[in-house]
Design a protein around this ligand. Structure first.
Ligand code: ADP
Length: 266
């Protein structure tokens, strides 16, 4: 909030205070509405796997003993839905704890080395080839742990929605300090859906993404992290051709000024 200037008439000060107060109430209300929506969306998302688990457990109780094929199917479904619920809960937790600018550990780092390291770790974990094309050194000031988390989300999407190898490009640039591009040649996203993919819980095709285990939280979390780092995130895609997500690092990644420093106290 702006400071109330001294030297104003008392009436002006009151009006200013009233305006500031109303602004604060509006902010609090918006925050509260967001939280309420988050909780209701999250419960909805958790209900789906729970319902499946419950119905398969009932089936097991009724038929599981005499029919081995029912037993196998039910146990399989219960296990995979449990895994899904665990992943969803982890994402929800990460998503609820939005990264704040003042908790970042900004260090001067070689982005190429850090991308290569993340790509190798991802490749090892999922057995998918990740090709990194980069100059040897691309220096930036950033939080490397957060960049790694960001990359894992993007690589995981590329893995889920494509079959071939994944490309990652790292480059320095003019006007920006560096750029990372994660490119896949997968199913792509229809143009009309592109603006919505960063929304929480949004999935382009929920039947398809259910099979791939999507939660619709990945890109919204990626956007939160990018915002905290001062990194711009963009997505381009063509159905049937593939998707490219670009991260643009600013020349100097300083944490955002707080409202205190912005108000310019004298
Ligand atoms: P999810 O956990 O469902 O993948 P995200 O928030 O990461 O959630 O992505 C939202 C939706 O955007 C996904 O459900 C998917 O339909 C689409 N999407 C994201 N990344 C890609 C990609 N690389 N290729 C195709 N579709 C994608």
């Amino acid at each position: 909030f702006r400071q109330i200037e001294t030297g104003q008439k008392p009436g002006d000060e009151l009006a200013e205070m009233e305006r500031a107060f109303n602004e604060m109430i509006a902010l609090l209300e918006a925050n509260f509405a967001r939280q309420e929506r988050f909780v209701s969306d999250a419960s909805h998302e958790l209900k789906t796997p729970l319902t499946i688990i419950e119905s398969y457990a009932n089936l097991l109780r009724r038929r599981g003993k005499e029919r081995p094929e029912v037993f196998d199917e039910a146990v399989g479904a219960i296990l995979s839905e449990s895994v899904r619920m665990r992943e969803l809960t982890e994402r929800l937790l990460q998503s609820a704890r939005r990264p704040e600018a003042d908790t970042l550990e900004m260090t001067e780092t070689n982005l190429t080395a850090s991308v290569r390291e993340s790509a190798a770790a991802f490749s090892g974990a999922y057995g998918r080839r990740v090709n990194v094309r980069a100059d040897d050194v691309v220096p930036v000031t950033t939080d490397t742990a957060k960049v790694r988390q960001l990359l894992f989300i993007l690589l995981d999407n590329a893995r889920k929605y494509s079959e071939d190898g994944i490309e990652v490009e790292v480059s320095g640039g003019s006007g920006i300090a560096a750029r990372i591009r994660v490119i896949d040649r997968g199913v792509g996203i229809p143009e009309a859906e592109l603006p919505k993919v960063f929304d929480r819980f949004y999935r382009v095709d929920s039947s398809r993404t259910r099979q791939t285990g999507g939660s619709g939280l990945g890109l919204s979390l990626a956007q939160d992290i990018a915002e905290a780092l001062g990194v711009q995130i963009g997505i381009e895609s063509q159905v049937g051709k593939g998707t490219m997500v670009t991260l643009a690092f600013p020349t100097l990644n300083l944490p955002r000024p707080t409202s205190d420093t912005r108000s310019g106290k004298t």
